[in-house]
Design a binder for this molecule. Sequence first.
Ligand code: 4AD
Ligand code: MG
Length: 431
Amino acid sequence: MKDVQVKDIKNHLGEEIRLNGWVKNIRSSGKLLFIIFRDGTGWLQAVAFKPALGEDKFEAAKTLTLESSVRITGTPKKHPKQEDVYEVDVTGVEIVQLTEDYPIGNKEHGPDFLLTNRHLWLRSSKQWANLRVRHTVYFAMCEYLNNNDFIRFDSPILTPNACEGTTTLFELDYFDQGKAYLSQSGQLYLEPAIMSLGKVYDFGPVFRAEKSKTRKHLTEFWMLDAEGAYVEHKENMQIQEGMIRHVINTVIAKCPKELEILERDAEQLKKADAPFKILTHREAVDLCRSKGSEMGYGDDFATSDEELITEGSDVPIFIEKWPKEIKAFYMKRDPENPDLVLGSDLLAPEGFGEIIGGSQREDSYDLLLERMNDEKMDIEAYQWYLDMRKYGSVPHSGFGVGLERLTQWMTGTRHIREVIPFPRMIYRIYP
Ligand code: 4AD
Ligand code: MG
């Protein structure tokens, strides 16, 4: 007998096939038993009819419980009323394991309970949908970069120095070499890579000892960094826009069912597939202040300010040209104003906040050294990084996307912890 997955069921109408999976739900009514069956690729209703199955087999099937593992043989057919829905007439049920007392029921559970049971919660429809959209977002970002001549390059995770400041570093002892740190971003390693390969990207877990308990912060998350030689600030933003619009279109095309389960309005997402807006940091501050914020021209945006900026916009908004004091040491000084740097943050609409941080990089040895000295950085530890400004320095730019932030927006998920398989946060490391 042929093993078939739920996603392919429509190609096997009328054949006797076998399905391998789990019981998502079960109910009986007289001579009928309705098993909602799932196998990872989707779910369907399998209907056992007592006279067709026989008394013994029917009674055995009736002992199935929520989340029992099961192999079902049967014949797929079209649902009598619903379009694109299929059912299976059961001819046999093989119980692989009977589950007792599955802890997650169909009632409401609190977030703490669900997070403690994350290993099981993953099976629920919304989590299934979130993780499939996450997969699609990842796939689409790589596809876009692969099609645009970027080469995948893997940055190390164990590093001797910080990329994004020292306040959020996870530290460990590295044999007799002293301290090592978990990477906050692969960016610094992509800069040498472009001098060999031209355009590159990395994608991997990064770590930040974030002390904040917010809906947008994880201590371990996945970042895609991209970097290009001879790419300047404007082009850097164009690449980001092209990639994000490709992600939107891919998610809409590949995940209609997932978006429906998540009650995510695909029409609203589609509206973001239009030219992105650009504001300078100063213009964005003016906008916030005109809406009642008390922030100053040298400040970073609070979550509430980000919401004021994107309020009423269907498309993401770049904020460019930041005061240098509030941005990383590696950002290039704006040739038109030495107090600013050519950095850009991309804010997602609908209040989802920053999804990308990027910039043109300082390519002058002297200016970079001056900035690093101003920040009292350990120059010796970063000599390898400074070397890029010594041996064939070129204008170059790049950016880093937080996979979970982008997935959070695509799925419309309120809390970032639901769009990563096993979230790590200041107050949680189990399971
Ligand atoms: O803006 P960030 O800090 O930029 C960098 O790390 C650069 N080195 C990237 C580069 O230029 N290659 O982080 C990039 C993105 C943010 O825009 C956000 O989407 C995400 O990473 N991010 C987080 N996501 C979840 N939890 C956190 N604690 C995050 N911190 C940053
Ligand atoms: Mg940032």
